[in-house]
Design a protein around this ligand. Structure first.
Ligand code: ISE
Length: 334
């Protein structure tokens, strides 16, 4: 039976998810879409064949034709809509971050714990990216010995107009926090944020350099440069005892022409992580039919908010500060 998906948010990511659900995911169809901007919602509905445009996101969540909800609205609304889905007993794929503060994120955990059923998947799509999965598999093969350090580069061509240093930590560095926990199977324990010289082309302090310590003693350095101008450049190198595992930002082809060899960079994250988004959304739909959770849980999402909160405090602190360590409820460790 096909699951009717309702999407909240018809902006860049909502539209992208609508196309993926309508065109690339088996076992689901686009039942409804909602956005504060009705014209924008209608345009996406017309393009993707969504069943209905609904003005009220809470009505969409309650609608009997909506069997599962995908939240791609502004970050500050994620927690409230996710909690409404939990209360309605509907599975939800919530774009990252779970919330813009750890306190808000905790409200979602409390709601899911009291519902007593795993309903939330977080949109940390990198967990489905073939490149990151291969890095994790290579590390876990044991061939390289222990992981010692992880160098991460996170560059965007230009930051969204509402971005500031805190958004750089929450929205962009949040991906690195999640994927580091996923790849290293370790928790982040301390964070320091350094400020290289500010780019004159940035409205806020950009780039930033966040340095994390993990529970296994590794260092993770993250260069966040969201006004890098030249393209979307997310890459990394995992340094291990007997080798390094590096992965790059390139799209699929390398060309040699006119004495130059080159690879293309994506303008933003959607082409770079297109496969990851598709695989993630399919895994979500499959998890609804099998009842076996996939991807990042609400708890994973919450731990990102805890570490990002510390990162935001580190913006104005001297030196490294501790990231509070939370005990994972048994409900999430199954
Ligand atoms: C954006 O929200 C994303 O999720 C992208 O993956 C990230 O690179 C970008 O910095 C964020 O703003």
């Amino acid at each position: 039976m096909s699951i009717g998906v309702g999407i909240i948010g018809a902006g860049i990511m909502g539209a992208d998810h609508a196309r993926i659900i309508a065109g690339s995911v088996a076992g689901a169809h686009l039942a409804a879409i909602s956005d504060a901007d009705a014209t924008r919602a209608k345009a996406v509905a017309d393009e993707t064949g969504a069943g209905r445009v609904m003005a009220d996101p809470y009505a969409l969540i309650a609608d009997p034709e909506v069997g599962a909800v995908l939240i791609a609205s502004p970050d500050a609304t994620h927690a409230d809509y996710t909690i409404a889905c939990i209360k309605a007993g509907k599975p939800v794929l919530c774009e990252k971050p779970l919330a813009p503060t750890a306190a808000e994120g905790l409200r979602v955990i409390e709601a899911e714990l009291s519902a007593g059923k795993r309903l939330v998947q977080l949109g940390f799509m990198r967990r489905f990216d073939p490149g990151y999965i291969e890095v994790k598999q290579q590390l876990e093969s044991g061939r390289f010995g222990a992981a010692l350090a992880f160098h991460c580069v996170h560059r965007n061509a230009t930051a969204a107009p509402h971005f500031d240093e805190a958004a750089s930590i929450f929205s962009s560095c949040g991906h690195e926090i999640d994927i580091t926990r996923f790849v290293l199977s370790a928790e982040l324990t301390r964070v320091q944020v350094l400020r290289p010289r500010k780019s004159a082309l940035a409205r806020f302090h950009d780039p930033l350099l966040a340095v994390f310590e993990t529970s296994a003693g590794q260092l993770v350095d993250v260069e966040l440069f969201l006004n890098a101008q030249y393209g979307y450049d997310v890459r990394g190198e995992l340094v291990c005892e007997t080798g390094c595992i590096a992965f790059g930002p390139a799209l699929n082809t390398a060309v040699r022409h006119d004495g130059v060899t080159s690879t293309s960079l994506a303008p933003d994250w959607r082409p770079r992580f297109a496969a990851a988004y598709r695989i993630q959304n399919q895994a979500w739909i499959k998890s609804i039919s099998t009842g076996v959770p996939a991807g990042a849980s609400a708890w994973d999402g919450y731990l990102v908010t805890v570490a990002a909160d510390a990162g935001v405090r580190a913006l104005t602190a001297t030196g490294a500060i501790a990231i509070p360590q939370e005990k994972c409820p048994a409900f999430y460790s199954l």
